[in-house]
Design a protein around this ligand. Structure first.
Ligand SMILES: NC(=O)c1ccc[n+]([C@@H]2O[C@H](COP(=O)([O-])OP(=O)(O)OC[C@H]3O[C@@H](n4cnc5c(N)ncnc54)[C@H](OP(=O)(O)O)[C@@H]3O)[C@@H](O)[C@H]2O)c1
Length: 303
């Protein structure tokens, strides 16, 4: 296959690119940075600028599948300007891809766009939420972004493409992302849970997440899939398991919710929300998780 990947220089995209190249697939990728352009036989970068809505249409040459991951990081203070960048980097970039596909000859048959489990409402008890259990309206900024991102992505179907969405959970990786941030205080014996410590955290090992994208691309699956592992955990046990694996016990009381809000502002929603999300649908599509258990995943990435 020949795939066009956006966000290929990021945490998920760089690992995804490695796995796809190792499987013999060819990669085109879009980046906003000239310094990130590389040209190899199976790996070729192209520029786009989402602000000025410009794109090098040569990125589509020979491509059959698009994986769209690009978007400004949500892990920053949510000022009005940051919110605008977080939203527009996802919506305008998707529109730019749609415009490029509409205006150019191409062979693209399938597009996979990223979203996040932030689209789901908070759940404290009961069953994990499935892909069809999204409320019609958003009650916070992250959900607003996800709904808008998914809605514009669905226009890809109007171009005659197959379309799928992966709602990404909390990505655990050796470097970068949530785990590195959670492990930092634990390493200094200053680890603690957040708020009431009971929030569900639907995590996914990066190695599984990128293989989920690969599986959906290779099998040309359509529709929405949660990109989460089968065993979500609550926040305090998650922090305690990180402590156990690092051999640095987590004994401090949880950081109260008001302190989290003072420290992080509205962005505290990313750590205080309780997302209890099901992996059943992707498993039923015959995807087999490599790291379904939290402790094994933590051992893999914290060793
Ligand atoms: N990591 C997680 O835990 C997690 C959880 C849920 C959802 N997600 C979503 O999954 C996607 C990939 O996540 P990630 O962790 O790999 O993100 P990341 O490491 O922050 O990388 C995002 C990529 O997007 C591109 N980008 C950033 N700002 C942009 C802008 N203003 N316009 C166009 N492109 C821009 C960058 O590419 P260039 O610099 O090369 O242009 C960057 O490589 C993101 O959309 C993220 O929101 C991630």
């Amino acid at each position: 296959m020949k795939l066009l990947i956006t966000g290929a220089t990021g945490l998920v995209g760089s690992k995804l690119t490695d796995v796809l190249r190792s499987a013999g697939h060819q990669i085109h990728y879009l980046t906003t940075r000239e310094s990130a352009i590389e040209t190899e036989a199976d790996f070729k970068g192209f520029l786009w600028d989402v602000r000025s809505m410009s794109i090098d249409a040569a990125c589509l040459e020979g491509v059959d599948t698009i994986i769209h991951l690009a978007g400004e990081s949500v892990f920053q203070r949510w000022t009005d300007e940051a919110k605008e960048r977080i939203m527009s980097s996802r919506i305008n970039s998707t529109q730019l891809l749609i415009n490029a596909l509409a205006d150019n000859d191409h062979q693209v048959k399938h597009a996979i766009t990223a979203s996040a489990i932030g689209i789901y409402p908070d759940v404290w008890e009961g069953q994990p939420l499935k892909e069809n259990e999204v409320p019609p309206t958003a009650d916070n900024f992250l959900a607003e972004v996800c709904i808008a991102w998914e809605n514009i992505g669905m226009q890809l179907k109007e171009l005659g493409l197959k379309h799928s969405i992966v709602r990404i959970g909390i990505v655990l990786a050796a470097q970068g992302g949530a785990l590195e941030q959670m492990a930092k205080p634990v390493k200094l014996y200053a680890g603690a849970g957040f708020g009431n410590g009971k929030m569900w955290q639907s995590w996914v090992a990066i190695d599984d997440l990128v293989r989920i994208f690969k599986h959906i691309a290779e099998e040309q699956l359509e529709g929405v899939y949660n990109g989460v592992a089968p065993n979500p955990v609550r926040n305090r046990p998650l922090m305690e398991t990180i402590g156990e694996v690092l051999d640095k016990p987590v004994f401090l009381p949880n950081v109260p919710e008001f302190m989290m809000k003072l420290m992080l502002g509205e962005m505290s929603a990313t750590v205080l929300s309780s997302q209890y999300v099901s992996s059943e649908k992707i498993e039923q599509s015959e995807y087999v998780f490599q790291l379904p258990e939290l402790k094994e995943a933590l051992k893999e990435y914290l060793k």
